[in-house]
Design a protein around this ligand. Structure first.
Ligand code: GCW
Length: 686
């Protein structure tokens, strides 16, 4: 039965005509030059994939003949100036796949400068072969693939605890079996590596940013080393989240002050110890002085002091520090206006240019916290002299967990394409990450949605969010619809009837969630304990900035958080041209209106409706969209396997019910606050 375990690496047989053609092209697999664990992985994947797609497994051979697939490093290929020039332009991780003559015979050549490039090229060709119809035919007859990643660091951050629970995880326990490691290696680790390598993800932070000191004790270093050994052939480096006060908690220093030489020396020794066990260890991820975590500010030092001390311990080994910018502290005085959305900028902007070269500041996509829609974080346009890393959340903490279907490709795309205007017009967030300004190259991280549920992500459609994150990490300029098409063809069916219907369903899903949860720039309306359902009325939590009322500020006079000059002025944290537009409700994008402005209920929207009417219309549309998604699935369901068909149907039914719940709760609450009647034509509560 279809249990979803294979993810997008299903390699179902191609339709008959294509299958025979492919068979003729994949008689043997030949590898030029020396063998390596990475090349072994590439060969095995090609055998598995081509065997499935063509219905016949290619045999390994030593000499190319007509119909061979040839894997070759640049250095092992016969001279060809054109190919050499192309390969040079593809860097250390890029690949080339082409049909060509080699040693007098026609072959399919997968070439790269490095072994990992060959593995990536193998996966790229398998992906192209699974695309369906004319595209599969082209991939058989005349593959012409050439690509290199835009960013050097493409990571998954696991918020996995050492007891195997996962913070904000909705797919079962952690796949890392810390109890059994290092001696017992679950084959799942290898499949995890394959899935990530198929996308080009090249790093994994194994443990939660809310880290425990124990992770740096000798037994856990040994466990991490065992995982690193499994992941290494797939190009994936292991990183660890570290707790700032680790040496203090292990009773090996008297404090954790970054300027105390004894503390710095401890971290140096620890780094040396880690690199003895894991020679290609990636580095540390740090959450400091945030949500109760200790940090350098406990000693009156700055984030830069803290990050740089760790960076100096890792630098001799080639490791990096990813220092998170996710910080917010409660307002200093009761009643004081402290805008959580403005705080990371306030703390980090002035540190620009003060970080060591091997520090990357990791910034969430938006200034609050992974909401269904946020404006881009202003720091992306404000740190020209610092390497920056994007932190996306792949797990859907605020978008209905694994219950709601929400394809995050459009959310990621929206953030990556945003023009920061930092280095002038046309400096997108993706460009900033790639070092467009002053050459500080950063990276991208996704908070993983992976657990040990059979299908890895809890819901089959959540696999698409892992997939889309990985594809965009490789190429941030890809379109989310094209990515959805690739994923659907590989995961559901390359039959265009199924593939295109699945894509249509996915592409409307994120906006549906925005509409029924937090339309028009509203945010943080959820119940604060679990983050699943609506609770816009909550106003009595210990910290003011935990309360939904802090964020929506709905009252008789209107609704929305004033972040213009008359309010917190967080709008001024963007580049001048953007800030100017955000200062004025008339030029603020309507989808972010209430993020930046507090407006009267009868404010006229571009549609001609009042704000109140528009708000209710969005909530109604969200519920209607959830119903439409259910209906769409009912038409697709007979074309897919029963297990997945039924599972998706159940989740969509629940999603529809919960969309109604969000809509009814929010509309009723805002109605009570505003004192306004339901607009004519609005759907009455369920
Ligand atoms: O908003 C919060 C999440 C926490 C998370 C934190 C963070 C890991 O609700 O669960 O902690 O973000 O990103 O550090």
């Amino acid at each position: 039965a279809e249990d979803g375990y294979q993810l997008w690496l299903r390699y179902s047989p191609l339709p008959a005509g294509l299958r025979e053609r492919l068979q003729a092209r994949v008689a043997t697999i030949v590898q030029l030059g020396a063998d390596s664990p990475t090349l072994r992985a590439a060969r095995q994947e090609l055998q598995r994939g081509l065997g499935g797609l063509a219905g016949r497994t290619p045999a390994p051979a030593v000499a190319p003949r007509a119909g061979s697939v040839v894997l070759a490093r640049a250095a092992d290929l016969p001279p060809s100036p054109a190919r050499e020039a192309q390969l040079r332009s593809l860097g250390q991780e890029g690949y080339l796949v082409q049909r060509t003559r080699l040693h007098g015979v026609e072959v399919t050549l997968i070439a790269a400068n490095t072994d990992i490039g060959l593995l990536y090229g193998s996966f790229a060709w398998l992906r192209a072969l699974q695309a369906g119809a004319a595209d599969s035919l082209a991939a058989i007859n005349a593959p012409a693939l050439a690509s290199r990643p835009a960013l050097p660091r493409r990571l998954l951050d696991h918020w996995d605890n050492l007891d195997r629970s996962i913070e904000r995880g909705y797919a079962g326990q952690s796949i890392w079996n810390w109890w059994e490691l290092p001696d017992i290696l679950d084959p799942r680790y290898t499949d995890y590596a394959r899935a990530n390598a198929s996308l080009g993800i090249n790093g994994a932070v194994l443990n939660n940013v809310n880290a425990k000191a124990e992770v740096l004790s000798a037994p856990f270093i040994a466990k991490a080393a065992a995982l690193a050994a499994v992941l290494r052939p797939y190009g994936i480096r292991v990183y660890l989240s570290v707790r700032w006060s680790t040496p203090l908690e292990l009773h090996e220093t008297r404090n954790a002050d970054p300027l105390d030489p004894a503390v710095a020396a401890w971290w140096q020794r620890k780094a040396d110890e880690i690199y003895r066990a894991i020679p290609d260890f990636g580095g540390f991820l740090v959450k400091a002085n945030s949500e109760g975590q200790p940090g350098p500010q406990d000693y009156g030092r700055s984030h830069a002091d803290g990050a740089n001390m760790l960076a100096r311990a890792l630098a001799p080994h080639g490791g990096i520090v990813m220092w998170r910018a996710f910080v917010y502290s409660p307002p200093a005085r009761p009643g004081q206006m402290a805008d959580r959305a403005a705080q990371a900028y306030e703390q980090f902007k002035r540190l620009d240019g003060r970080f060591e070269r091997n520090v990357i500041v990791q910034v969430k996509n938006g200034p609050i916290d992974f909401q269904p829609r946020e404006p881009v974080h202003p720091l992306f346009g404000a740190m020209p002299d610092t390497a920056l890393m994007m932190e996306f959340q792949v797990t859907k903490e605020y978008l209905g967990f694994a219950t709601h279907l929400a394809y995050l490709g459009p959310l990621f795309e929206e953030a990556l394409r945003f023009d920061t205007r930092a280095g002038g017009v046309g400096t997108s967030v993706a460009d900033v990450l790639a070092g467009a300004q002053a050459g500080h190259v950063g990276g991208i991280a996704g908070v993983a949605n992976i657990g040990s549920s059979r299908n890895w992500t809890g819901a089959d459609f959540d696999q698409a969010n892992w997939y889309a994150f990985g594809r965009l990490a490789w190429d941030p300029k890809l379109g989310s619809a094209a990515i959805a098409g690739e994923w659907a063809a590989q995961t559901w069916s390359a039959d265009p009837r199924v593939r295109d219907a699945v894509v249509a369903l996915m592409m409307r899903s994120r906006e549906a969630v925005v509409d029924y949860m937090t339309p028009l720039g509203l945010h943080h309306l959820m119940g604060t304990g679990h983050h699943h359902g609506p609770a816009p009325w909550v106003d009595d939590l210990e910290r003011p900035d935990w309360n939904p009322t802090y964020y929506h500020r709905a009252a008789r006079d209107g609704i929305g958080f004033d972040r213009s000059a008359s309010g917190s002025n967080a709008a001024a944290q963007y580049a001048p041209e953007i800030a100017r537009r955000l200062q004025d409700p008339a030029t603020t994008p309507p989808e972010l209106l209430l993020w930046f402005h507090h407006l009267p209920w009868d404010y006229r929207m571009p549609s001609g409706r009042t704000l109140w009417e528009e708000l209710v219309a969005h909530y109604d549309r969200g519920v209607a969209e959830a119903a439409a998604m259910q209906a769409q699935w009912a038409r697709i369901r007979p074309l897919v396997d029963p297990r997945r068909g039924a599972d998706v149907a159940q989740r969509l039914a629940r999603q529809h019910a919960e969309a109604q719940w969000w809509r009814d709760a929010c509309v009723a609450y805002f109605q009570q606050v505003s004192g306004l009647p339901l607009p004519p034509g609005a759907v009455p509560p369920a």
